[in-house]
Design a protein around this ligand. Sequence first.
Ligand code: NDP
Ligand code: ZN
Length: 379
Amino acid sequence: TTVNYPEEFKGFAISDPSEWSNPKLTSYVPKNFGDRDVDIEIECCGVCASELFTLKNEWSKSELACKSSSYGPKTQCVGHEIVGKVLKVGSKCTTGVKVGDRVGLGASASCCAECSRCEEDNEQYCKHQVGTYAGRYPDGYVSQGGYASHVRAHEKMVFPIPDGLESHLVAPLMCGGLTVYSPIKRSIEDTLAKGKTPHVGIIGIGGLGHMAIMIAKALGAEVTAFSRSYSKQEDATKMGAHKFIATGVEKDWSKNYFDYFDAIINCATSTVDTDVDAFLSTLKVNKKLISVGLPHVDEKLQVSPFTFLQNGVFLGASLLGSRKEAIELLQLAKDHKFAPWVETLDINEANVSQALTRLNAGDVRYRFTLVGFHEFFGT
Ligand code: NDP
Ligand code: ZN
């Protein structure tokens, strides 16, 4: 037991999508403490484009999930690239997590921990997986995210962070980094095992895309960055991209890349500028284009079945990553000394608004991390 244990958490939240760029400081009760839950006192939190879609309610045709929650907050706090210190550990925790540990939490806060997916390092696909914010627990509580003083999550989703990595640079790895690490790793393993250098393409050089360049390179791939214009070419090269293609300018680029890619990862927030057929046509036989970018609910990926036929390729998707992969990614970042390009902002109402507004405008190189939580929340 801890003296002055917080009964309520404080966070920046909205009650209506029209307020998406102006979350206000609020207090709310956390979910009931489960015996495998962990409480984290938050130190910093990255800002992911998924948060914009949730705040603006663009992934859903119904109202904000918190509005219909049977108990718990009626407002929505977001944030799922969390780093902080463990404050409390449930009585049945088995991962070895201890009070005082520095840990990370990504976009998933809970799972059943016993189904076949959970047991086979695919807990992000568990039927009972609950998102870190706007996710609904079985009892009706709608989860609240990391632009907050504290967060409560299942221990399986709480990752130990090795010493020697800076918190504000680790935070974006928790969602964005892990989301690209998982499909890159899974799709180039075979090629690497044969001693060959896989060719990986990354579409959309934003938060996820810029981390994908560094991660693919660290895993041993030759990386091609695809961006709509040339404005990010110099940066992408510094991040480790071997080639750079401005798809909005070089309309016929795919003709020169026949039988080239072992994997292409789509990290764009919109599909309107993405010529899926062109990308599919450049894959080697039976390889995959994996889309992790999630656009507005009304946008679709357009593709002709004839494209698939020519090289027998696959169009797929990928959700987050597993605990095992998160731990691998943190070690990879440490061993290869790479880190996201981060602009920090001290957390307060004005800066939360600035981060969301600028991310929405594509005005960030390449990820915001909100910092200064202890000073602001007095934790
Ligand atoms: P950012 O806003 O940081 O980057 C998005 C990039 O998309 C831009 O930098 C841009 O790259 C590219 N883009 C392509 N078309 C457009 C367009 N019409 N308008 C704006 N940008 C465009 O976003 P994040 O990296 O934070 O997130 C990327 C996507 O991944 C989001 O949809 C997010 O919800 C999703 N996501 C999915 C997860 C999963 O598990 N599958 C987990 C986390 C996030 P360029 O300028 O180079 O063309
Ligand atoms: Zn995210």
